[in-house]
Design a protein. Structure first.
Length: 297
C-alpha cells in the first residue's frame, strides 16, 4: 500500500472517529428528555450559553435534532479540499452566498430549527461534491456508506429519545383516526361539547386543533408573543394591564369566558399563567397536555 492510499485510508478513519466522538460529546452536554413541562428556551434547546451557540447560532452544523449529525463535516471537508478549489470562481461565489445565508439565519433565525434547515439541502450537496473531489471512487462509496450509517443512527436516536415520548399518543390518534375515536380520545372535545355553550367564546392559545375538532366559537391568541387576533386586528394581550383591566378586556370586550391552552404553552408566558392562577378557575385538565380555564369576573 503506497503512502497516498495510506493517507486516504487514515483520513477516512479519522473522519469516522470524529463523527462518533463529536456526536457522543454533543449528546452528553446538550441532550436530555424529561416529562416535566419545559420552558420555551428548554424546548428549543437553547437554555444555556453552550446550547445557545450549538443549537442556536451554529445550529445549521450542530443542531443535530433538526439537521442531522453530518452537516458539520462541510467546513471540515472544505478545509481539506480548499487547496484544489481556491482558484475556482464558482466555488468562491457559492461560499459567499452560503456564508451570507448562514449569517442571516444565525442572527435572525437561530431560535427555530426550521430556518436553519433551509441550508441543509445545500450543505448535503456540498458534502457530496467535496467527497467526490477528495476521494477516489472506491473510497467514495465507503465514505457514503459511513455517512448513511451515522445519519440512520441520528434518526433512530432522536426518534427513540425525543420524538416517540412526545408524540406517541398523537400518532396513535392518527392511526386510529375516525370521527368517533377522535372524539373519545381527545377528552377536551367531550368537555367542550358538554360544558361550553354554543354562544360562549373561548380564547384559544395557539392551538388550531380547537377550530378543527369543535364547532364552538373561538378567538385565537398567542401568549408567547402576548398577542390576540381580534376583528379589529392584532392587539396586545396583557400589555401591563392590571388584573381587573385584563379581566374586563377578556370577558367584556373580547367576550371570552374560557381559555384553552396546554401545560407546555403556559410556560411561554409565566406572567399570564400567574394571572390565570389568580383570576381563573381550572375547569379541565387531562393530566397529559390540555387545560381549560374559566375566567372569574
Amino acid at each position: 500500500m503506497d503512502i497516498k492510499v495510506k493517507q486516504e485510508v487514515m483520513f477516512k478513519y479519522i473522519l469516522g472517529l470524529s463523527v462518533v466522538l463529536i456526536t457522543l460529546v454533543y449528546f452528553i452536554v446538550t441532550t436530555s428528555y424529561s416529562g416535566i413541562p419545559l420552558t420555551d428556551a428548554e424546548n428549543r434547546g437553547i437554555e444555556t450559553p453552550l446550547k445557545l451557540w450549538l443549537n442556536g447560532y451554529l445550529g445549521v452544523f450542530f443542531g443535530f435534532k433538526s439537521n442531522g449529525n453530518i452537516i458539520w463535516l462541510l467546513p471540515l471537508l472544505l478545509l481539506f479540499a480548499w487547496p484544489k478549489l481556491k482558484q475556482s470562481l464558482s466555488v468562491k461565489l457559492f461560499l459567499t452566498f452560503y456564508l451570507l445565508l448562514f449569517v442571516i439565519i444565525a442572527v435572525k433565525g437561530y431560535i427555530n430549527g426550521r430556518y436553519q434547515f433551509t441550508l441543509v439541502p445545500i450543505s448535503i450537496m456540498g458534502i457530496v461534491l467535496l467527497v467526490k473531489e477528495l476521494f477516489e471512487e472506491k473510497l467514495q462509496q465507503k465514505f457514503f456508506y459511513l455517512l448513511i450509517a451515522f445519519t440512520l443512527f441520528n434518526t433512530l436516536y432522536f426518534t427513540a429519545l425525543d420524538f416517540w415520548p412526545r408524540y406517541k399518543e398523537r400518532l396513535f390518534n392518527m392511526v386510529n383516526k375516525t370521527e368517533t375515536n377522535n372524539t373519545q380520545q381527545l377528552d377536551y372535545i367531550t368537555f367542550i361539547n358538554q360544558n361550553i355553550k354554543e354562544e360562549e367564546w373561548v380564547l384559544v392559545n395557539n392551538l388550531p386543533e380547537y377550530f378543527y375538532y369543535t364547532n364552538r366559537k373561538g378567538l385565537f391568541c398567542w401568549t408567547g408573543q402576548d398577542v390576540v387576533y381580534t376583528a379589529y386586528g392584532e392587539q396586545k394581550l396583557m400589555n401591563q394591564k392590571s388584573d381587573e383591566e385584563l379581566i374586563n378586556f377578556l370577558v367584556n370586550q373580547l367576550n371570552c369566558q374560557y381559555f384553552f391552552t396546554t401545560i407546555q404553552l403556559n410556560n411561554y408566558h409565566p406572567e399570564f399563567t400567574a394571572f390565570l392562577e389568580r383570576r381563573a378557575e381550572l375547569v379541565f385538565n387531562d393530566h397529559k397536555k390540555y387545560l381549560i380555564y374559566k375566567f372569574k369576573e
